[in-house]
Write a protein that binds this ligand. Structure first.
Ligand code: AMP
Ligand code: MG
Length: 493
């Protein structure tokens, strides 16, 4: 068969495709096919995500699927589209945005499948519709890593690369990530129709999200029988839980614009994100974020701000400001409760919470920040210390040893009321040995640029089980090298 006729062949995945989002109607999207990407190659693949979709794993080795996910062959049964949304970026109303480089193929097994970096759409604005290899690898690895850490997130089936050049600060090459989630609807989808006063569309969207993802919003809650207020409350609660997990694990998202906030409370749109190395509440991981709007410690407040923007958009449906405010007020208590629970697990406090636990935790964070202690290493060493009752390796991480000793005495006393062995076991399952530090991603990316994808594959395997010891990767659990602090990651991706 010659190259031309092969390119037009339809790929049959064997999946039963449908697309409920598409049934919302043409006001919500533009139908369009992904743009062809020349001579694609596999960069990274997840068997676990293939399983979720019901995709036979051998397809992840097939050239036909590679071509299809690169946009070179239509996939039988899909109805690709780019959706329209708006949003607030860095605190300012940005107007219409939309899937400027993403394309929803449809749904398989109840999950939406989306290509990111698949070329120009009517919403590309000044962009080229592409994503670079570097950011595609980061998104692929991080979404799977977050899932393994127990954090709600979109998933990634694979990354395909190509030598096609794309211009960013320098010339780079293009790649496409295939992302998977129950829905890619964002706060910005609601803001879009509210800002245009398109109330029937706003209602259609809200009713769809409720009936499909939040069906119990139709029953009365503490807020009464207002389904839209209930929706706001449940989104608020899910977002608060997600933020508590981010803060506990030391994850900095970097671009918490309202168009990057999932209506399902999933971590979405991995750009300049970073797992903290040294603990610094003021850490800014996005080089473009000069003012530090999205600095690590500000993330919960920003999420709450974003929920206010969502509430504003839902107001024409909620029709009762007091109710909307009541829904938003659940953020702080849910965040606080979840964060305290996560912290107690990280510290191995198994018995009932005590009044003094809050100060014990707060004082620890003061010390971690003062001495810029490496965040993942602190928690992992603490977990081992509790098991062996030997705290010297933890103490070594602090400059102010006397302050640490004071804290550690209080902690030891508190732990002695429980069962240290059980505590250590819990801590080792709660405090990951491996996280996707920026420099680890960078090493895998550099190798991938030279067409060596083993680094991506190794990290994918490692981060799928971040709590296991993996002695063969011991050095990946060590302190970052000096050059790690000089890595600059911007919005450009
Ligand atoms: P992000 O900062 O990645 O969340 O993107 C914000 C908006 O810009 C979204 O509407 C994206 O689809 C769009 N966008 C980002 N990069 C590109 C690109 N290279 N080409 C087209 N649109 C883009
Ligand atoms: Mg985005």
């Amino acid at each position: 068969m010659n190259a031309v006729s092969e390119a037009f062949q339809i790929h049959h995945t064997g999946l039963a495709w449908n697309n409920q989002f598409q049934q919302l109607g043409p006001d919500f999207y533009t139908p369009l096919a992904p743009q062809a990407l020349p001579e694609p190659y596999w960069v990274g693949r997840s068997i676990a995500v293939a399983d979720l979709l019901g995709l036979p794993p051998e397809q992840l080795a097939s050239d036909a699927l590679l071509q299809a996910l690169a946009g070179n062959r239509p996939i039988s049964g899909t109805q690709p589209l780019a959706s329209v949304y708006s949003g607030h970026q860095f605190g300012q109303w940005a107007g219409q945005l939309g899937d400027g480089r993403a394309c929803l193929l449809g749904e398989a097994n109840g999950l939406e499948v989306q290509l990111k970096g698949s070329g120009l759409t009517p919403y590309s604005r000044m962009g080229d519709g592409r994503a670079v290899l570097r950011s595609s690898i980061r998104e692929f690895l991080c979404s799977e890593a977050m899932h393994a850490l127990g954090i709600a997130t979109t998933r990634a089936l694979c990354v395909v690369g190509s030598d096609e050049e794309v211009a960013r600060e320098s010339l780079e090459t293009a790649a496409v990530v295939t992302r998977v989630a129950p829905s890619f609807i964002r706060f910005g989808h609601f803001e879009h129709f509210a800002a245009r006063n398109q109330l029937p569309q706003l209602k259609t969207l809200a009713d769809y999200v409720i009936s499909r993802y939040y069906p119990d919003c139709n029953s009365a809650s503490t807020l009464g029988a207002n389904p839209y207020a209930n929706l706001l409350m449940q989104v608020t609660e899910r977002t608060a839980v997600m933020l508590a997990h981010w803060q506990a694990v030391g994850f900095c998202h970097g671009v918490m614009n309202t168009d990057n906030m999932s209506i399902l409370g999933l971590t979405i749109d991995y750009g300049p994100f970073q797992f903290l190395d040294a603990f610094d509440p003021g850490h800014i991981c996005n080089h473009t974020d000069r003012g530090g709007r999205y600095a690590f410690a500000r993330q919960p407040d920003i999420a709450h701000w974003n929920l206010y923007a969502l509430a504003q958009a839902l107001m024409p449906l909620i029709e009762d400001q007091a109710l909307a405010l009541q829904a938003l007020d659940t953020f702080k208590p849910v965040f606080e409760r979840t964060w305290q629970q996560l912290m107690r697990a990280k510290l191995g406090l198994l018995d009932a919470a005590r009044e003094e636990d809050q100060t014990l935790i707060a004082d620890l964070f003061t010390l971690l920040a003062q001495d810029r202690v490496d965040y993942p290493i602190f928690w992992r060493r603490l977990s081992h210390a509790v098991g062996g009752q030997h705290f010297a390796p933890v103490r070594d991480l602090f400059l102010d040893r006397a302050a640490f000793d004071g804290w550690q005495m209080r902690y030891a006393e508190r732990l002695s009321t429980g069962a240290p062995d059980q505590a250590a076991a819990l801590m080792l399952k709660t405090n990951p040995k491996y996280v996707l530090r920026n420099y680890l991603g960078e090493l895998a990316i550099e190798a991938a640029k030279a067409r060596d994808f083993s680094g991506v594959a190794n990290l994918a395997v490692l981060l799928e089980r971040p709590f296991d010891e993996h002695p063969e990767f011991e050095s990946f659990a060590d302190f970052p090298p000096d050059w790690a602090s000089r890595i600059e990651i911007s919005c450009s991706s």
